[in-house]
Write a protein that binds this ligand. Sequence first.
Ligand SMILES: [Zn+2]
Length: 540
Amino acid sequence: MAQLDLLVTGGEVIDGTGSPARPADVGVRNGRLVLLPPRSHTPAVDVVDAAGLVVTPGFIDVHTHSDLLAGDDEQREVLRQAPLRQGVTTEICGNCGISPFPVPPERGGPVRELIAATFGPPPSAYASFPEFAAAQGVARRNHLAALVGHGTLRAAVVGFAQRRATPRGDPADVPAARRGAHRRRAGLSTGLIYSPGVNAGTDEVIALARVAAAHGKPYVTHLRDEMSQVESALEEAIEIATAAGAALQVSHHKTAGRRAWGATVRTLARLERARAAGLDVTCDVYPYTAGSTALHAMLPPWVIADGVPAMLAAIAEPAVRDRIRTDLVAGVPGWENTVGNGGWDLIRVASAPNSPDVQGHTIADLAASAGTDPVDYACDLLAAERADVTILSHSMHEDDVRRVLASPLTMLCSDGVPKAGRPHPRWAGSFTRVLGHYVRDVGLLSLVEAVHKMTAMPAARFGLPDRGLLADGYEADLVVFDPQGIADGATYDDPLAPPRGVRCVAVAGQLVVDGDEISQARPGRVLAVPDRAPAVPGRR
Ligand SMILES: [Zn+2]
């Protein structure tokens, strides 16, 4: 047999299908896989001895906010390495309704502010997916696929106003949202708790999801509520996908806040029923009881209704702060009130670039030390950071996390928000935490099931051809790890600490992680996701 580029020999192969582990060698030639008998002794340029280790397809992280990690600076380099070290060979960005494209240059102002407040400066925005892809440059070690964000589309057309779309200002009318524009993208995302997505009615989202469905792309949603109204929010998502004929992906499924603890018993049963009724629905989850999002999302939606600059001006006003306090206590219909469901003592600052001293502390503690009220503190911090503040919110129950993770409808994600400071450890720890803690230590699911949730299941959902399996001719993205030693290293105090037990990671057949070393190889690229036949008949 002709020489291979890479041979991983002597390991147990878990191929991603859900089939049991079996001894086999895995070869790579021209970036494609060749499955071989165990201990095949096939000649190869590089040989990895995988005795005692398992070999799996590269992991696919279906939900990230890593859209704007391109760049030469040290900080982004460190952030880019974190998922790689735990075996993530493909990231899917553009989630929760915010993608840095398509932003028409003539309408880019408000969207740029939103992008800067979401991903951190500079406010990079691109007119189209090809422009976005080109801007990723050649510096990637793993692959990136992108969803298009409904919030981005809406901000460009309707702005941040709390009004419904009109025939003259309908996100479905942006050229970039029309049929044809979904080519190469992985699907449509919404973030219906976030401004400006929060202002959209169900019909508007159906219209956009229908376009995605025509290209065989899924509707991917951060539900309108993941707390006490999570069940009605889930009904809306099912209605949207059913009416649009789209497959449905419920993002980072959780039922957060004391009043919603335990509700996953009902939400998962509801998803099962929807599946039985013919809807192609799945969800994803990250394996932690804390969430992470923007600090401004803790405020009622009217605060950011006119965009970021107007919000910063408004929250300087004492009367506005009083109204925020009132609404946090009383709630606002249709708005997920995280602070009202929990309290400022559960909200911890993850990233505040101009105020590093506050990172890691709760808003309640920071306000108490400053001798001020938490709403005043939060507003002052937003002003000092031009709204670019990320928080952690300790809001979920472990039983719910486990229930979702164990469900056959669930695949894995990190929901990573890769920013400086003290980001959520999920960016650097989710995949190895599942393999070590939940598979080996807790026994919540089998290793074979967990690998399936990280590989073949997401590849099928997002239509990534020739990925997610160890099979002849597939793309040579793979991970070799020690099932007895694998563990997450990342913690809330040390959020980018590397995992243990990962022997090596290959992308497109090139070793990008080899032991503790990150190689200089840059085989990653922006994936163009091909169209598929519409997945679901739907009611049109
Ligand atoms: Zn989200």
